[in-house]
Design a protein around this ligand. Structure first.
Ligand SMILES: [Zn+2]
Length: 234
């Protein structure tokens, strides 16, 4: 980029470039770690405090040999937050981030995040049987119903059902891992939605994420409520 003096006092292109380099993450090495999650984690740890884009994450998440971008990269990114306790901010948390920009502000891990309940295999089989081998997530009155091996028409990729403990550990630490009713079968997309709904460390609901995922009709209802709450109703 040519760098020319300007008399107007606007930053010169070279200064703009420097500001960009200060803000933005960069891929400075090859990520050859075994798993997708390992590669994404290493990339973020190399770029603490810098803004990473969706394209960069997809690039480092790609298989080092085939260069194929994994369809579930977003879920692996989400696990760094929920399972490992890292803070990764997005536009939902920070106004200066754009959609599909992410930032790890520091390398700290929340200690409680690692503690997760594991289901017993025989209980999981019971849950699957009850679920009819379908995702049990319900949106209003509509069940997701995706079956293992189906192609997810919204998220893309092959559906794999995994167990979800309905009440977060932080809310209900004494929960019985052997009670089938405490568990549900969820597809990968709804595991992510569920994780976005609950902050597992505080047990608080993430109201914003819930409204975002709500149907048009539910959003309209919330909108009307907020209008009257803030006195904006006509
Ligand atoms: Zn589902």
């Amino acid at each position: 980029m040519p760098s020319r003096e300007t008399k107007s006092g606007n930053p010169r292109p070279a200064d703009k470039g420097a500001a960009k380099a200060k803000r933005n993450a960069a891929i400075r090495r090859c990520y050859r770690q075994e798993s997708v999650r390992d590669r994404i984690r290493a990339f973020f740890l190399d770029n603490i405090g810098k803004v990473a884009t969706r394209e960069q994450i997809q690039k480092v998440a790609a298989d080092p040999k085939t260069r194929r971008i994994p369809e579930n990269w977003h879920q692996r990114l989400s696990e760094l937050r929920t399972d490992e306790g890292y803070t990764i901010l997005s536009w939902r948390n920070r106004g200066d981030l754009k959609v599909s920009e992410y930032l790890m502000p520091n390398a700290d891990k929340r200690a409680t995040a690692a503690k997760r309940l594991k289901i017993h295999h025989e209980i999981w089989l019971k849950v699957l049987e009850r679920a009819g081998y379908r995702c049990e997530w319900r949106e209003g009155n509509v069940a997701c119903g995706l079956k293992s091996g189906d192609i997810d028409p919204i998220g893309g990729g092959t559906v794999k059902l995994t167990p979800d403990h309905k009440r977060p550990h932080a809310v209900d630490p004494a929960a019985d891992p052997k009670a089938p009713d405490a568990w549900q079968a969820l597809c990968g997309r709804h595991q992510v939605v569920k994780k976005n709904y609950w902050d597992h460390t505080t047990g608080w609901l993430n109201v914003y994420a819930i409204v975002q995922a709500a149907s048009e009709a539910e959003k309209r209802q919330v909108y009307e409520f907020l209008k009257s709450y803030f006195g904006d109703a006509k």
